[in-house]
Design a protein around this ligand. Sequence first.
Ligand code: SF4
Length: 185
Amino acid sequence: MSPSDEIDSYITELASAVDFDRVGFCPAADLEVNPLVREACAADRCQQYGRNWVCPPACASLDDYSEQFAARERVAVVQTVGVLEDEYDFEGMMAADKLHNQRFLALVEKLRLEHPDDDRFIFLAAGACTICPQCTYPEEPCRFPKKALVSMEASGLVVSEVCEKAALPYYDGPGTVTYSACVVY
Ligand code: SF4
């Protein structure tokens, strides 16, 4: 088994231990940083632009992310699939979002605990950080810098494209919501 295969299988075990519904892998060379994603951030559709330490413009630049991705080998995409009562089931969507973020934080903590000196892992979450009811940006420093994770979108990735590269669905069809996050290493 190659070193990459070993880490893939290790992350598969971790993802299963924290109850993710799916995990898929692709080469880090498949990651493409797309400036259009940053433009969508700047359009402020999710109302986090300029309001959160892990979102633009506070997070690293797209050039920084491109450089970091180019220095890594693999990507593990993890997913949570929520079942909704109907397409207006916002509570169901929020519950699945919360569960996904809890699972991802648990995976991050395990990886950091078991590899404290390994700085190759880049953790990219789903959406802006919502740990605090009100982010301290920009007046005060981040309250939990080790827990606050940049999103896949803020790093310039098109989530649907990364899912496709990892041979995972981006959407599971009517009555469901799918959240994705990834680890680049
Ligand atoms: S942990 Fe709190 S202060 Fe830090 S980015 Fe998240 S919401 Fe903002």
